[in-house]
Design a protein around this ligand. Structure first.
Ligand SMILES: Nc1ncnc2c1ncn2[C@@H]1O[C@H](COP(=O)(O)OP(=O)(O)OP(=O)(O)O)[C@@H](O)[C@H]1O
Ligand SMILES: [Mg+2]
Length: 515
């Protein structure tokens, strides 16, 4: 059904008139049928304006004054025939056009008075081939959710994924969707580092976690706390930890750094445990008094915080790194729950495992046969701004720069993309942009997105929790998406009768429309 008629205007800004009562929303996807050329234009509403058929510019103002007077006199007060004079203008940006079954960038404008109508799932059938196999939600038009699944391709994992939103907008929920879809597919490796303890069982009552996606053999869990289900304990071998890893956690002075290097030289593979266990005086003695006791002391204090809970073992056989790598190579999802750890330990686990995965893939690169067998994999990191603040130095920035070649990508989750180095953000090909309140955060994404999203600022500001735009070079335009509420997704996939009942009754758990 037609909701409006085109009234101009430019290729990059198409305007149409619609009824006064038409509930047109920013972000809606519309179709314009140009009968003259038989071309179908796809547009997205960027703004909605009011207009009135009146001889004088101040007509609306004067009528409003009249209505106000009636208000104060408590007189019956209806718009009456005025309503016929009022209309709305939809201001749209072009997404592209289709003719003869192909989709191209818009280079022209639809004829005056062309009909405008709402898009339905059928119109977007052409998108299906662009939207990959890792499902995360449904196509959305404004706040209307279409029965059309949306996802990203797992082949895009090594090209890095960014998930950016203000707190409470749905980053963790999206991550759980990504993980569950990977579990369903068993085509990709996905390492999820969870410092908040929310991915295993949902973290709080009423929420679900990956354990509820009852897909046997697809999830391997490592945790430093006791979990209510099968899991491995978290251990790293002291020999796997490098000085560079510690530099990710702490700032060291030049003297402290030299002392660490000297210890590594003096004690070999066991340097870390030796430094931790030996007395300050014996360390100084072993190093022929080249370092002050104070220097050694500071280092030892820092090591204490990572040795506190038995995370580090001197027995290399107990390290989880190999097990994690094996699981990723078998296309499984690996969940590392570090929720009861201090930040230093948690970062150490993330650093050592990420480096192990990256180096393993890199080492296989020369062996084409083996390398071809490797599934693409991705490492998800919460609060990524902590480790991606500088373009150089950490294993994470190295993966951001080189991971693509070695089939390993980063999935950076952050509330503050402005704190991530712009050079690193520009490596992120797929961006999930959820509601972002801060202007500077939006600016940074606008500048680094692989699609022009500069016209979507209004839309990004109006996004509700779970509503996202997916910008990537793999789709013809940024895809407006309603991410599945994870609990709903699990129920649907697990064929839970309760979940089906809720959907068929159109009752959403959170006030959203579900199909
Ligand atoms: N796709 C969605 N559909 C419906 N509701 C959602 C969706 N995503 C998130 N929500 C709602 O928003 C709440 C917060 O989501 P979530 O925990 O994923 O946010 P977050 O961005 O990870 O927040 P934080 O920055 O605090 O970690 C959820 O508990 C849920 O109620
Ligand atoms: Mg979260």
């Amino acid at each position: 059904m037609s909701i409006g008629r085109v009234v101009g205007d430019k290729v990059m800004e198409i305007r149409f008139r619609t009824g006064f009562a038409e509930n047109l929303q920013v972000g809606e996807l519309l179709v314009i049928e140009d009968d003259a050329s038989n071309v179908k234009y796809f547009v997205r509403v960027m703004d909605v304006e009011h207009g009135a058929d009146a001889d004088r510019d101040d007509w609306v103002l004067r009528e409003a004054g009249g209505l106000l007077q009636k208000d104060s006199a408590n007189e019956a007060n209806e718009l009456g025939e005025m309503e016929d004079r009022l209309y709305r203008i939809g201001v749209c940006s072009p997404l592209g056009y289709s003719s003869d079954g192909s989709f191209k960038k818009t280079k022209s404008i639809p004829a005056h008075f062309s009909r405008v109508r709402r898009a339905d799932a059928e119109d977007y059938e052409f998108l299906r081939r662009f939207l990959g196999d890792v499902e995360v939600g449904n196509l959305r038009s404004g706040d209307r959710v279409m029965n059309f699944p949306v996802g990203i391709s797992g082949l895009a994992f090594p090209h890095h994924v960014g998930i950016f939103a203000t707190t409470g907008m749905g980053k963790s929920n999206l991550m759980k969707n990504l993980a569950m879809s990977c579990m369903k597919l068993r085509r990709y490796g996905f390492l999820v580092l969870d410092p908040h303890g929310e991915y295993y069982d949902g973290g709080e009552s009423g929420k679900m976690g990956l354990r509820h996606a009852d897909l046997e053999g697809t999830l391997e869990v490592f945790s430093s706390r006791q979990l209510d289900g099968p899991h491995n304990s978290l251990r790293l071998a002291a020999g796997e930890i490098e000085i560079g890893d510690l530099q990710n956690l702490y700032e060291f002075t030049q003297a402290q750094l030299e002392c660490l290097q000297a210890a590594q030289y003096r004690y070999g593979d066991a340097w870390l445990t030796e430094l931790n266990q030996k007395k300050v005086s014996s360390v100084c003695e072993d190093m022929e008094q080249r370092f002050h006791e104070g220097t050694v002391n500071v280092i030892k204090q820092r090591l204490e915080s990572i040795f506190r809970f038995g995370l580090i073992t001197s027995d290399p056989r107990l390290s989880i790194a190999k097990h994690v790598i094996d699981c990723l190579e078998a296309s499984r999802v690996v969940l590392i729950d570090t929720s009861n750890m201090y930040e230093a330990e948690e970062l150490l686990v993330s650093t050592v495992l990420s480096r192990a995965v990256f180096e393993r893939n890199k080492s296989l690169y020369a062996n084409k046969k083996e390398f071809d067998k490797l599934p693409p994999s991705m490492i998800a990191m919460e609060e990524a701004q902590r480790v991606l603040g500088q373009a150089k130095g950490t294993i994470f920035s190295q993966i951001a720069r080189e991971g693509r070649k070695f089939k390993v990508g980063l999935c950076a989750v952050s509330q503050q993309p402005k704190l991530i180095d712009p050079e690193i953000i520009s490596q992120f090909n797929t961006l999930f942009i959820l509601g972002l309140a801060d202007k500077r955060d939006r600016e940074i994404l606008k500048n680094s997105a692989k699609q022009d999203i500069s016209q979507l600022d209004n839309e990004i500001q109006t996004l509700m929790p779970g509503e996202a735009l997916i910008a990537s070079p793999f789709t013809p335009f940024a895809i407006p998406t309603k991410i599945h509420l994870f609990e709903e997704y699990v129920r649907r996939e697990m064929g839970d009768s309760e979940g089906r009942k809720e959907r068929s009754a159109g009752k959403a758990l959170t006030g959203f429309k579900f199909y």
